[in-house]
Design a protein around this ligand. Structure first.
Ligand SMILES: *[C@@H]1O[C@H](CO)[C@@H](O)[C@H](O)[C@H]1NC(C)=O
Length: 435
């Protein structure tokens, strides 16, 4: 080679090397957003959010200051023309000096799949728009936990808003109200633009508990405001439930309610798994707050007892993916079971990096465990696109400054397609029929 060619080559190699090794500088936590006092007419609907409520139905939830406001939702498929109206129910709660507004829950439907509806709450106020998920694949889920209400939360929500998704899955820790009840209201306002347009399916984390010994049981605000389809899925508690969308059966578990073999949650889980038909819903997903496979030093071992109680059952049931939050970082595992990689186990994804004020969990165990594929302490969100009964594509987008940057991605195949489901059918049946 000519000397100048060699120089050029060296320059190019070193330039490429510089790009690859450039350190990504982890951002600092951001402060809670300031919500200016914004007095609205007390009858005006606020904090509107929607959630799936059984086949072809959607629950619309909103809050009014006015305690006599009606719980009606008017809706239809063209703007301003409401062909249907449904009456719902309302509730409220008190917490120390705080008294909540009237919290309305109204189930609308039957709705067509994959259709835009226009709706209005309480017979007045602005019109909202929602889109129902399709009946069939493909379907896309946005996933982010541990949101809070900081500048980073806003950044994460902006990125999710830019993605074409059908349903938001949230593995616990919503508002970070932490006993200050008005923060539930500001969180409701913060997420309204997204949560009024696509169903938000949530499970609870430690920040939802807000219990006070001898005085307040836990989860009162959470249960009042974020009612999920537990009755529709045969559960007696809002802390665990399931739902089906397109070809996915999705189970939401509670990390902070009993999960031992003789608990209500475990009994309900067995009953729910016995109803899953993998021909109809080939993909089986589970969400809960405290991760079982976590190589971050934060919250190390906290999920162990729940994992010991429930993992054998979920392994027999061939769960494809388990999402958790709690640790403020991102981590993805191989298919695992019983602490090691296993081709018939679930992929575990910790995605507690929505952007809360506590900041990131940056210390990891070294060396990285055999089962850990990717781990990084950055804020961000995930997107799961289930393409068909056999293939799904997962991406994780970190908030690089304020731009979403796709930093991890992988194709996965379902346990139905790999034969694991058929292989363990009898084992599962045996567990499910045992008393
Ligand atoms: C499912 O999607 C994958 C990825 O796009 C594709 O390769 C495969 O052929 C599809 N399978 C079926 C049965 O359509």
């Amino acid at each position: 080679m000519e000397p100048n060619l060699i120089l050029t080559a060296l320059f190019l190699i070193s330039a490429a090397f510089t790009v690859v090794t450039a350190e990504y500088v982890r951002p600092q936590p951001r402060k809670d957003l300031q919500f200016p006092w914004d007095p609205k007419p007390s009858s005006q609907p606020q904090q509107v959010h929607i959630s799936l409520a059984g086949d072809k139905h959607m629950r619309v939830t909103w809050v009014t200051g006015d305690r006599s406001a009606p719980s009606i939702v008017e809706y239809g498929t063209s703007s301003g023309k409401y062909s249907s109206v449904t009456q719902g129910e309302s509730t409220s709660y008190s917490y120390l000096m705080y008294k909540s507004g009237l919290i309305h829950h109204t189930i609308i439907g039957p709705l067509e799949h994959g259709t835009v509806y226009f709706y209005r709450c309480g017979g007045q106020g602005p019109e909202f728009q929602l889109k129902t998920p399709a009946a069939q694949f493909p379907i896309t889920f946005a996933v982010a936990g541990d949101l809070g209400q900081t500048g980073w939360t806003k950044s994460t929500l902006d990125h999710i808003d830019r993605c074409l998704y059908d349903v938001h899955l949230l593995p616990g820790d919503l508002s970070y109200a932490d006993y200050v009840q008005s923060r539930w209201d500001t969180f409701g306002e913060l997420v309204q633009p997204l949560a009024s347009a696509r169903p938000w399916m949530v499970t609870q984390g430690n920040h939802e508990k807000e219990s006070i010994p001898f005085f307040k049981d836990g989860f009162e605000s959470y249960n009042s405001r974020w009612k999920m389809p537990y009755e529709e899925s045969g559960s007696s508690s809002n802390l665990y439930y399931s739902f089906e969308v397109a070809g996915a059966h999705i189970i939401m578990l509670g990390s902070y309610t009993d999960y031992d073999e003789d608990s209500d949650q475990y009994r309900w889980l067995k009953a729910d798994l016995s109803k899953v038909d993998r021909h109809k819903t080939p993909w089986l997903l589970v969400l809960f707050h405290v991760p079982w496979y976590n190589s971050n030093k934060a919250h190390q071992g906290e999920g162990d007892s729940m994992m010991a109680a429930i993992e054998p059952l979920l392994y027999a049931a061939s769960v494809d993916i388990m999402f958790a939050g709690h640790v403020h970082a991102y981590e993805r595992s191989k298919r695992v079971n019983s602490g090691k990689s296993d081709t018939c186990g679930a992929v575990h994804i910790t995605i507690g990096d929505g952007g809360n004020r506590e900041g990131l969990a940056q210390r990891y165990i070294h060396p990285s465990p055999e089962w850990s594929v990717f781990r990084e302490a950055s804020f961000g969100h995930g997107e799961l696109k289930i393409v068909n009964s056999t293939h799904a594509f997962w991406t994780w987008h970190r908030n690089d400054d304020d731009e979403p940057v796709r930093s991890d991605q992988f194709w996965m195949t379902s346990l139905v397609s790999s034969g694991c489901v058929a292989e363990r059918r009898h084992e599962l049946r045996k567990i499910l029929i045992s008393p």
